[in-house]
Design a protein. Structure first.
Length: 254
């Protein structure tokens, strides 16, 4: 009898633990994406390459989630404080979080608006140019020492603004992914508010991690592990590349 009673107690404890785990992961998750990076993330339509890739990986897992679109800096604060469950497109700089396998890559270029013969032998060469970059580019590209105290180095939370200011001459060189630039130029080309001169000097950034990979950051390791398995399957089936190619073609054909 005593053994049977102990078994029932263990069974009840195990059942309760399973119910707690189920309740934890059956809740609606809060998932944050960045701002103003079409075709990767477009908060206006709630779509984009990264939005679709996350959706396709999360769908087989049965996840229910609410989507937020915030600046990169705010996204970092939210996930660090535990106010969101998932942050999409993060570098692995924040300790205490659980990072996915590589999720999305950006091929980053330095493009000079007025010098078609522009060259870069090293990242240090950027020091002699005025620069428009994306938010946190100095961290992602390890530019902190190069741009420290540099008044003509600017970072933008909205990359549309970054492109417009570069086109309007606020800086000579823009640091940007080529797919992103194609997208914004196509949109701006429909407007008379900016002058687009295509006689530019374009150089792939001489940075060891180019293309630059970003990850999905999770507050919970079990969620990360489930996502990794689903994302790996998405890659193996070829669906991942299909999604990327679809959006890349749309960007260049706009």
């Amino acid at each position: 009898m005593a053994d049977g009673f102990k078994f029932l107690i263990k069974l009840l404890i195990t059942s309760n633990l399973l119910l707690v785990c189920h309740d934890t992961f059956a809740k609606e998750l809060k998932v944050a994406f960045g701002l103003s990076r079409p075709p990767y993330v477009d908060e206006r339509s709630g779509s984009g390459i990264s939005v679709e890739l996350f959706k396709q990986a999360a769908e087989p897992l049965g996840w229910q989630y609410k989507t937020l679109f915030v600046s990169i800096k705010r996204m970092k604060r939210l996930v660090e404080r535990g106010d969101i469950d998932v942050a999409v497109e993060m570098s692995r700089a924040q300790p205490g979080l659980h990072y996915s396998v590589p999720f999305i890559s950006y091929s980053n270029y330095a493009i000079h608006s007025r010098n078609p013969d522009f060259i870069l032998n090293s990242m240090q060469d950027l020091a002699s140019h005025s620069i428009c970059a994306w938010q946190n580019a100095s961290e992602h590209l390890k530019l902190n020492e190069i741009v420290a105290g540099k008044e003509d180095y600017l970072e933008f939370s909205k990359q549309r603004d970054q492109v417009i200011d570069w086109l309007n001459g606020k800086c000579d060189v823009i640091l940007i992914d080529d797919t992103l630039l194609h997208w914004h130029l196509s949109e701006l080309n429909q407007s008379s508010s900016v002058f687009i001169n295509k006689q530019w000097g374009k150089v792939l950034l001489p940075f060891e991690n180019n293309p630059l990979w970003f990850y999905v950051a999770f507050a919970d390791a079990q969620l990360r592990d489930e996502f990794n398995a689903s994302l790996t399957k998405l890659v193996q089936t070829g669906r991942y590349q299909q999604i990327r190619e679809h959006w890349n073609t749309s960007a260049k054909g706009r």
